[in-house]
Ligand binder design. Structure first.
Ligand SMILES: [Zn+2]
Ligand SMILES: [Zn+2]
Length: 320
């Protein structure tokens, strides 16, 4: 990974030129940077960014020069498949992803497809809006997928960028939140943003069962197979586990318990476009606040290392 001077991009048809204001650093960036063969090289990383439209490619009518927009991991989708036609573009098999199969936005200027850009309120700080475009969006949808009613209990496994926002969305939905992590510092952050219960990851399932009667729902936003197993075992009868973190390798599935207890297990990836609008609204209203540390681009390589060591509480955001 390196910081480089590239040619100024020119917006292709259907794309816009953005002057970036901020871009968060996500675990998926770290994952992509660590791939043996990324699909595109050289690759600009970054998929949660806020920028201002400075130029339009041919055929762009959805945004205008001067608009302030958010960029997500969903750069574009085919618009024609079964999933696109039913508002589930995030499952389109022909989607392009920012900072992966399409140029990312961790750069001063970028050319990105206009199709999936979302307008961002002018009064929102770019540094606080950026994490909403991946961490906030994904966490919000994951909490919805848990389908828990007000007053129900939900455990959030992993208190990183997504987790600390998932706690806040769950609280806003009237849920009682248990936060689980391996780091006491991150559990302290979770308490600060509204988690009623905090549990160290080791033996989390046993603690949640024994002391709280099990959880109605569990959301796993960490890339740990052990966490997925703990989440399943932390559920009450008829509970729901939502898997979000990209853990490698199979997790142990307790089949008999899943059957006898009527457990639901579902995956959740990104969110709907409507969700993103709602997430930005909640952030603009101050109902949800990301915990951010702001850095210049030159800090990016060091930030990736810290992220890999689990040392970033909340989100590290590059400010341009
Ligand atoms: Zn992300
Ligand atoms: Zn599609």
């Amino acid at each position: 990974m390196t910081i480089a001077d590239l040619a100024m991009p020119r917006p292709a048809p259907g794309c816009v030129l953005l002057r970036m204001e901020a871009c968060g650093i996500c675990h998926s960036d770290l994952f992509i940077a660590g791939m043996e063969k990324p699909p595109v090289l050289p690759l600009v990383l970054g998929h949660e960014g806020i920028g201002k439209v400075e130029g339009l490619g041919e055929d762009v009518t959805s945004v205008a020069v001067g608009d302030r927009v958010g960029v997500t991991f969903l750069a574009s989708s085919c618009g024609a498949c079964e999933w696109c036609r039913t508002g589930r573009e995030r499952y389109c098999p022909r989607q392009l992803n920012s900072g992966y199969t399409s140029p990312g936005v961790m750069a001063g200027f970028v050319s990105v497809p206009a199709q999936c850009l979302v307008r961002v309120p002018k009064e929102m700080s770019a540094v606080e809006a950026a994490p909403m475009c991946c961490a906030g969006w994904t966490a919000y949808r994951a909490v919805q997928e848990a389908a828990a009613r007000p007053g129900a209990t939900i455990a959030i496994f992993g208190m990183g960028g997504l987790g600390h926002l998932a706690v806040q969305f769950a609280r806003h939905a009237g849920l009682r939140v248990a936060a689980v992590d391996v780091s006491e510092a991150k559990l302290a952050l979770a308490r600060g943003v509204g988690a009623e219960i905090t549990v160290m990851a080791e033996n989390a399932a046993r603690t949640l069962q024994k002391e709280y009667g099990g959880m109605d729902a569990a959301v796993v936003v960490t890339g740990s197979t052990a966490a997925a197993g703990q989440a399943l075992r932390s559920l009450k009868r008829c509970g729901t586990a939502v898997l979000v973190g990209m853990a490698h390798g199979p997790a142990e599935l307790p089949i008999v318990d899943t059957v006898l207890k009527g457990i639901t297990i579902r995956g959740s990836f990104l969110g709907t476009r409507q969700d993103l609008g709602e997430v930005l609204h909640l952030a603009a209203a101050g109902i949800v606040r990301p915990h951010v540390e702001t850095h210049p681009l030159t800090d990016a390589p060091a930030l990736f290392e810290r992220l890999g060591r689990g040392e970033i509480a909340g989100r590290a955001v590059i400010s341009f």
